[in-house]
Design a protein around this ligand. Sequence first.
Ligand code: OAD
Length: 295
Amino acid sequence: LTLSDRSLAAVADLIKTGYARRIVVMTGAGISTAAGIPDFRSPETGLYANLAALNLPEPEAVFDLSFFQQNPKPFYVLARELYPGARYRPTVSHVFLALLARKGLLHMLFTQNIDCLERAAGVPADRIVEAHGSFATQRCIDCKVPFDGEVMRAFVARGEVPRCGQQQGQQQYQYQQPQQQRDDGASSAACGGLVKPDIVFFGEALPRAFFELMDMAKEADLILVMGTSLQVHPFAGLPNMADEQVPRVLFNLEEVGSFGTQADDVLVLGDCDGGVRQLADELGWREELEKTWRE
Ligand code: OAD
């Protein structure tokens, strides 16, 4: 056992004594609900429970590539809800992750979230793997040509579906024959294909960065998992990659994944901001946490 007991005080001791210096964090939608962004699978409040109005075959269809190709409208209804911007502020949990990074303790943050709140909180981009992509960039699903961010924002705000070639903000899409193919296989001409943010849909591969950096989870000397149901693979496998002896802490409303099966699993069941505040108290970081969060 590396933990004296399964408590946050024991976890804090590992950090304070310098034993835990490569902390790997895995997050999901639960760390953003306090910011006002719904998660996916919570029974009453989750997005999947509230998509009935969109007439989907099943809720997950909203993130399904082949469904999107036939009917992109439901996704754009949702995109309007979820689109990052001034509307949402990072939570205490996000700010805690920024503190870990500031103190040189964050080995890597793997997030499933597409709201960009980790960056907004100040976690450096090179410490974040956005495993399910993000709304930061977008492109045509056919010819892969990137689409302008500001034009995209305007489309989303109007609840309209953008198509390749509408970068200049034309009201009407004008079809042009694809011209010569570029080296990367993308066409240089606007092709009229559907534009989709670079978030990972069911049926799509995760970003290359995920596969390139996932082994950093094996290098962890402490694992924190926050606000995720651990239902979506391959992400859900990350907390099991490190050695069994590596302590793992779960900050979540409910027990998930394989948590509780290892000797050094610490379950902090409840809202993650509350759990994080407790850990910050044990670390003596509470004041810094609240101050940074308020700024
Ligand atoms: P889920 O909605 O599946 O799970 C969120 C988890 O956070 C649940 O276990 C909740 O109980 C918990 N939770 C909610 N609010 C919380 C709070 N304030 N404090 C602590 N825990 C809280 O969301 P994800 O696990 O992120 O994929 O979902 C994974 C993927 O499924 C998403 O990335 C999305 C979705 O399909 C794509 O968009 C590609």
